[in-house]
Design a protein around this ligand. Structure first.
Ligand code: MN
Length: 276
């Protein structure tokens, strides 16, 4: 999958639904025991407990592959951010984990500027949004989820802009400190936007659009993150969408809902829960 994968994803947002029958596929090895799916870790220097829990999971999981479905980082302004101590520590964990298992990364709305340099250094494979996962004779559709939050039209307009090659080239040409400043400004604006919408007005994934994606891709179930509302929803036509949770080990109680897929099915794991 090359850098055009992002451009293909944009077509999905362009109003008319793109043809997902040609959606990029990711094939699991049938000899594997299990695959972990996670998203929304929101790694940031001032959440050391979350970083430690994520590190422990990535290095200790029995999974043969870990698929990260976006917002691994709270913010990523370009691969030269690895000059920062915290970002370098994150990259080192990914690199170490990738020596023992397959790692794949799908961009989210906060880390869509993860580039080929970070992927090459860490050994992570890029996943387009959406990707069709073929595993143990079943077809799953994987997405970050933000592209399906159709009611937030202001955000979708912003997304179209920042996922464009022109905007990205211009932004990445700015000095690192300026990009970090602008990212903070954008994050504050996003927080204010969410606060105005209120806790119950938060945009959610559109069930009809999710069902349409699944039909086009010939898949039965969608797995996504982004909304921080872990659940399993039944969609029109008997289809299903599974929602991953966000990670916060600074919170009491700590939380991190991931999904683990094996030949026997999908299992939700709450990593933040105290051991029995
Ligand atoms: Mn997100």
């Amino acid at each position: 999958m090359n850098s055009l994968a992002g451009a293909a994803g944009q077509g999905v947002l362009g109003g008319a639904m793109a043809d997902l029958s040609a959606c990029p596929a990711w094939q699991a090895d049938p000899a594997w025991s299990c695959i972990d799916l996670l998203s929304d870790v929101h790694l940031q220097a001032d959440r050391p407990d979350t970083f430690a829990a994520w590190r422990q999971h990535l290095l200790g999981t029995p999974a043969n592959a870990v698929l990260i479905l976006g917002d691994l980082f709270e913010v990523w302004v370009g691969d030269d951010a690895r000059s920062g101590r915290f970002e370098a520590e994150c990259a080192a964990v990914l690199k170490q984990a990738a020596r023992h298992r397959r790692l794949a990364f799908m961009p989210g709305n906060r880390d869509f500027l993860v580039g080929d340099a970070l992927l090459a250094e860490t050994g992570m494979q890029r996943l387009a949004d959406p990707t069709l996962m073929l595993a143990w004779d079943r077809r799953w559709l994987l997405s970050h989820g933000d592209a399906l939050c159709l009611s937030d039209t202001a955000y979708l307009q912003f997304r179209r802009q920042v996922r464009g090659a022109e905007w990205q080239a211009r932004f990445l040409a700015l000095p690192l400190a300026e990009r970090q400043h602008q990212a903070r400004t954008m994050r504050d604006a996003s927080a204010a936007h969410q606060a105005r919408q209120g806790a119950f007005g938060w945009s959610d994934v559109d069930d009809d659009a999710a069902a349409e994606w699944l039909v086009q891709a010939g898949a039965e179930a969608l797995i996504h993150g982004h909304t921080h509302r872990p659940a399993t929803h039944t969609l029109p036509g008997g289809l299903v969408r599974h929602v991953l949770g966000d990670w916060d080990f600074e919170a009491k109680p700590a939380r991190a809902r991931i999904l683990r897929l094996s030949a026997s099915g999908l299992q939700a794991l709450d990593l933040g829960a105290a051991p029995p």
